[in-house]
Every structure is written in C-alpha cells, then in structure tokens.
Design a protein around this ligand. Structure first.
Ligand code: MLT
Length: 262
C-alpha cells in the first residue's frame, strides 16, 4: 500500500496492529533497496518505508534540504501514522537521518538497526568531494556520477553475479531529478556529528556492516558499535556497502535474531 504523507511517497506492508519497523534508504537509492528485508519481516511486523525527499518517487520541491528537514520528514510520518515506538532501521544516509532523529526524539523509538553508516560528520575532504560531485552533476549530468558512485557502493561479487540488477539500479538512480540528488549531497555535507550522542543511546541497537564496505568500513562501524551500550555488531560476508541488497540472507538473519530478543 502506498500513501502520500507530507508530500512523500510512503509504503506499508503487513498488519498495522503489529510492531512497526521504519526503513530509511541510502543515497542515491529509493525505498526498494529494503525489498528483501520487508518480504521477510512483513508477516510479523508492520513495515514502513519511504522515498527520502528528492529521491525515488518523492517530490523534489525546491531541492533545498538539510539533515534536519530529513528528520522532520521522518517525524511527520511517525506522527501522522501514529506509529507506536517503531524500530528504526537505516542504511548509510538513512543511518545519518536515524541517528539525528534519535538525538532529537529518542523517546519515539523502541530499538535501532544501523547498517553501513557512520556517526561522524563530513570532514574537509568529504565536503570537498561533495562539492566536486555537485559540480560534476552540473557539468556532465547525473548519469556518470550515479554510475561511479553506485559502482563504489557494491562489492565485486555482486557486480559480477548480479549484473542485471546492478545495471538496473544505476539506470534507476540516473533517472532521479538531479536537483534532488544534489539536495541530498548538501544535506549530508551539512549534517552534525552524532558521535557524542552514541553513549546516550538507551534502546537496544544492532550495527551491521558489509565486510568489503569501502564507504563505511567494518573498522569504522565496529568503533561506532563500541560506543553504544550493549550494541550488537555483525559483519556481513561477501558484501560491500549495500549489505541488505548484496547479502539479504545474512542481513535478514541478523535482523531477525535481534528482533526476537527484544
Ligand atoms: C549512502 O549510501 O547513503 C551514502 O554512501 C552516504 C554518503 O555518501 O555519505
């Protein structure tokens, strides 16, 4: 089922009476990156996901976003749907949104799953990379940037053995409105650092990372997990940055194990 909330395309699967899980996708993707997890979990959980503003089917508007406005969007969905302490599950940019949402209103969540993400903000090098990406999109169009970025996200095994799916993801992301993609880059560039907050997280947490993640490597995520009291840390074999797509079996096992212990 699909609904428009605050202008965003929001998708629901499962019985709304069940415990809800809200899934936040990474950049530059859309809600469909969580398909394998939602297919697995929707019998027992009310699965909610959405396209982050400017990406997928959500409108671009003026293309001017901040991490705060992304968190406002998440809060609007939780409040309007009256979700009762959902479990938060975010990958990479979805994790940035999730961590900042916890920092702002952790009383609204019952548990958190952080996949292939980080708590620290962009340093100088990262900021300049984002600026170069925006310049490249302006001069060459979105497609070359999307191809290179997505190529870097996936591990070799997936790229070799799932060529069609991999190519389709590049084509899909290349079709997004460039203004929305650039808006996300600026929002990420300007986000705050949530590292200090990690030790204040009181809800159960699971940290998941692909063993070959080149963007948020296992060492970064292990250190993140080590700062959250009692957090579980699982390394997903044979996977790059997009572990829920690259190795859904292991990611689903890790998530299911975590959820059954709540
Ligand atoms: C993502 O997967 O969301 C991006 O890699 C995040 C980023 O560029 O920092």
């Amino acid at each position: 089922m699909k609904e428009t909330i605050s202008g965003l395309s929001v998708y629901f699967e499962g019985n709304s009476k069940n415990k809800s899980i809200i899934f936040l996708h990474g950049f530059p993707y859309d809600h469909t990156m969580w398909k394998s997890q939602i297919d697995e979990l929707n019998e027992k959980y009310f699965c909610v996901t959405y396209d982050i503003r400017g990406l997928g089917e959500s409108p671009v508007g003026d293309g001017q976003y901040t991490m705060e406005s992304f968190v406002d969007d998440l809060e609007a969905i939780i409040d309007q749907q009256k979700l009762d302490k959902p479990i938060l599950c975010g990958l990479s940019m979805g994790g940035y949104i999730g961590l900042r949402a916890l920092e702002r209103f952790d009383e609204k969540f019952s548990a958190v799953i952080l996949c292939d993400t980080r708590a620290d903000a962009d340093g100088n090098e990262g900021k300049l990379k984002r600026a170069a990406a925006i310049k490249r999109i302006n001069t060459e169009g979105l497609a070359p940037f999307a191809k290179d970025f997505i190529t870097n996200c996936f591990g070799d095994d997936y790229k070799q053995n799932n060529k069609d799916d991999f190519e389709k993801r590049i084509v899909k992301s290349s079709s997004f409105d460039p203004a929305g993609v650039k808006g996300s880059l600026i929002a990420m560039l300007g986000r705050n650092d949530t590292t200090e907050y990690l030790s204040k997280i009181k809800i159960p947490a699971l940290v998941i990372c692909g063993e070959f993640d080149a963007l948020t490597p296992p060492a970064v995520m292990k250190s993140l997990a080590g700062k959250i009291n009692g957090a579980g840390f699982v390394v997903i074999k044979n996977s790059g940055h997009m572990s829920p797509i690259e190795n859904p079996k292991e990611v689903n096992e890790a998530i299911t194990k975590f959820l059954t212990r709540l």
